[in-house]
Ligand binder design. Structure first.
Ligand code: SAH
Length: 233
């Protein structure tokens, strides 16, 4: 049994040709990318590291990590976004990047303790069993390595901001991008990390101002948030 929802994968495949258009449905990912990239690079400097990006899609984060000097493998289960990612890397001449269509759990069996860092951004809320992805990330990272997650909190405010606001009012994302029931409370993600053996290092929230159309990182994890974890030595 593959831990993936075919409808979710189809959604991302359908839009894949617009992935690298910064004014498309993927604008939010383009806008948040410098923030998360700096945050990751500040905690676990990317230059010379071997990094895995789980649920890489069209490769916005994966490509930018490779440009910081990391050797990057991006994995996803939707084939069109992966094609777009490979095409972009070839056109842009991105160094040291590879993409594969493989499940995180399968790669964990193939390459345990292989990566210095693992990133898994805006993906857990699209997966039937996110705790299984968290366990796979633990297995894939080397002892002492870093695992970074980002996802969306589950509460009335996040329903209002991430679904009503982002999809219906501001139309930042297509309607149906997110399903409220799949949102993940920080306490739930923290529990899955602990159960997997990952130690939570720090959390950050991501804020958006619709008037200035700017994002920034803060301490407020009530809607979008990030986790930095470490696998103990
Ligand atoms: N992580 C990227 C893309 C986020 S969009 C970024 O932040 O820029 C969510 C991605 O998760 C899509 O590319 C989708 O195909 C992928 N995805 C959804 N379910 C998945 C699964 N079970 N395994 C791997 N990737 C999955």
């Amino acid at each position: 049994m593959i831990n993936a929802d075919p409808q979710e994968l189809a959604k991302f495949s359908e839009l894949a040709h617009r992935w690298w258009d910064p004014e498309s449905e993927f604008r939010p990912l383009h806008q948040i990318n410098p923030l998360r990239l700096d945050w990751i690079n500040g905690l676990a400097p990317l230059h010379g590291r071997n990094v895995l990006d789980v649920g890489c899609g069209g490769g916005i984060l994966a490509d930018s990590m490779a440009r910081k000097g990391a050797q990057v493998l991006g994995i996803d289960l939707a084939s069109k976004p992966l094609k777009v990612a490979r095409l972009h890397a070839a056109e842009a001449g991105t160094p040291s990047i590879e993409y594969r269509e493989v499940a995180a759990e399968a790669l964990a069996t193939e390459m345990p303790e292989h990566f210095d860092s693992v990133t898994c951004m805006e993906m857990l809320e699209h997966v039937p069993d996110p705790s299984s992805i968290v366990r796979a990330c633990f297995t894939l990272v080397k002892p002492g390595g870093w695992v970074f997650f980002s996802t969306i909190n589950r509460n009335p405010k996040s329903f209002l901001f991430a679904i009503v606001g982002a999809e219906y009012l501001l139309k930042l994302l297509p309607q149906g991008t997110h399903e409220y029931a799949r949102f993940i409370r920080p306490s739930e993600l923290a529990q899955w990390c602990r159960d997997a053996g990952l130690a939570l290092h720090s959390t950050r929230g991501m804020q958006y101002n619709p008037l200035t159309r700017r994002y920034w990182l803060s301490a407020d994890v009530s809607v979008n948030y990030l986790f930095a974890c470490r696998r103990p030595e």
